[in-house]
Design a binder for this molecule. Structure first.
Ligand SMILES: [Zn+2]
Length: 125
């Protein structure tokens, strides 16, 4: 794996995400400005505001992971699973250069959050 290439890809992604977040934030503002007396317009605009907020949040979560990966390149710990300390699969890093966990641990975590959601649902019902 070429770590300089990964760094270049991460920097490009960082830039892309920062622009995306700025765009979504702008969108959120624009839809607020567009709010007029018409109740239907207001509903539509608060819906698109919610979508914009959600997208901005998702993008900034990814941005945090991208920046963390860049930090780990500098520290020399890039490409190591945060959980088990084993090297993350190269194919996985090629697909997701900011991956923090090996495939096995990522699946474990995905499974755990799924379970947490389900048990929350169980309590709510
Ligand atoms: Zn692992």
């Amino acid at each position: 794996m070429d770590i300089q290439e990964q760094r270049t890809r991460l920097l490009a992604k960082e830039q892309e995400l920062a622009e995306e977040i700025a765009r979504w934030k702008q969108e959120g503002r624009d839809s607020r400005v567009a709010e007029v007396e018409d109740p239907i317009d207001t509903v539509i605009s608060s819906e698109s505001q919610a979508v914009a907020l959600e997208e901005a949040t998702r993008a900034s979560d990814t941005l945090a992971e991208v920046r963390d990966a860049l930090r780990r390149i500098d520290e020399g710990s890039y490409g190591t699973c945060l959980d088990c300390g084993e090297p993350i699969e190269e194919s996985r890093l090629n697909a997701v250069p900011w991956a923090q966990y090996c495939l096995r641990d990522q699946e474990k975590r995905d499974g755990a959050s799924e379970q947490a959601r389900n048990s929350q649902l169980g309590t709510a019902l």
